[in-house]
Design a protein. Structure first.
Length: 302
């Protein structure tokens, strides 16, 4: 019952995320501001996560999950009021284009070499069997750290990610995007390899800060890449398709990583299983360098 009830808010969150991203791409792409708008979006998201990490840890520590659902519902209601009262959209002329013509145009846009290459790049970058799910399992169950401490590390991660988001807004227009692509891959590798040093509370704090800075830097560059390659006519929809590809990579890698972790843990122990997933995740992210030549040749900004 809980699983089915969670499907409803999950669909709502995904829907609102797509709408906000579509607005960002449609308004930001003509002005070349997709990077800075992404910076603002994610800085706001992680500013909220700074608070929710520690609060969520306390709620989990004291078995107050129901309070967490209540807080989420109230926050969502507030965002609904904000949207109704303050969000205004300029009237648009009705289009004579039929649904079939729109679908055909979208199909052509999605099949362009630039979009296909970007989709493959985003899928591989996000296909990382090492995920936050295993961080939680390893830290709480295997290392014996408390739920509250894990919540604090999530807040610390969010604070580092927020700083990375704000920084990206300053340098994204000043650094050649080809360099940023290489840095995004390196940042993804480093954000995963940092967890190789995870062994206790002190190392968890240091690893979390490094991972938050590097992971968010790499993620923002990937999101900016997706926004830049979208054809203007269908920018919002194509961006949503690219984000779906990214999410597919995350979901599949988490499922596969879970299978691998159980098997490796049974044969080698917790530490070896954890480090093996870290190494596999870093290697798969490094594989994105194989796609850079095609990305460079199809996307003029790279």
């Amino acid at each position: 019952m809980l699983l089915w009830l969670l499907v409803i808010p999950t669909v709502g969150v995904a829907f609102s995320d797509v709408v906000v991203d579509a607005l960002m791409v449609e308004r930001g792409q003509p002005l070349g501001l997709t990077g800075r708008l992404q910076s603002v979006q994610w800085a706001a998201i992680y500013a909220a996560t700074v608070l929710t990490g520690s609060v969520g840890g306390w709620l989990s520590e004291h078995d107050r999950q129901a309070w967490g659902f209540l807080i989420c519902s109230v926050a969502t209601a507030v965002s609904f009021v904000l949207a109704v009262v303050w969000v205004r959209e300029e009237p648009r002329e009705s289009s004579a284009e039929t649904a079939g013509e729109a679908a055909a145009a979208l199909g052509r846009a999605v099949r362009t070499p630039a979009v296909l290459t970007a989709a493959a790049f985003l899928f591989l970058w996000n296909f990382n069997p090492f995920s936050s799910s295993f961080q939680y399992i390893y830290m709480v169950r295997d290392l014996g750290l408390s739920e509250q401490f894990y919540g604090h590390t999530m807040s610390l991660f969010a604070a580092a990610a927020m700083l990375a988001s704000l920084a990206y807004g300053f340098y994204c227009r000043r650094v050649p995007f080809g360099w940023l692509i290489h840095w995004s891959i390196l940042a993804g590798v480093l954000s995963t390899l940092a967890y190789w040093c995870l062994a206790g509370k002190l190392s968890a704090v240091l690893v979390t800060v490094v991972s938050g800075l590097t992971y968010m830097t790499g993620s923002l560059i990937q999101l900016d890449l997706a926004a830049r390659v979208c054809p203007p006519r269908a920018a919002g929809t194509v961006f949503a398709v690219l984000m779906s590809v990214s999410n597919l990579g995350i979901v599949l890698s988490t499922w596969i990583g879970g299978l691998w972790y159980d098997q490796l843990r049974a044969g080698w122990g917790e530490r070896a299983a954890f480090n093996t997933l870290v190494a596999i995740g870093a290697a798969l992210t490094a594989g994105c360098w194989l796609l850079v030549p095609w990305l460079r040749s199809e996307d003029g900004s790279c």
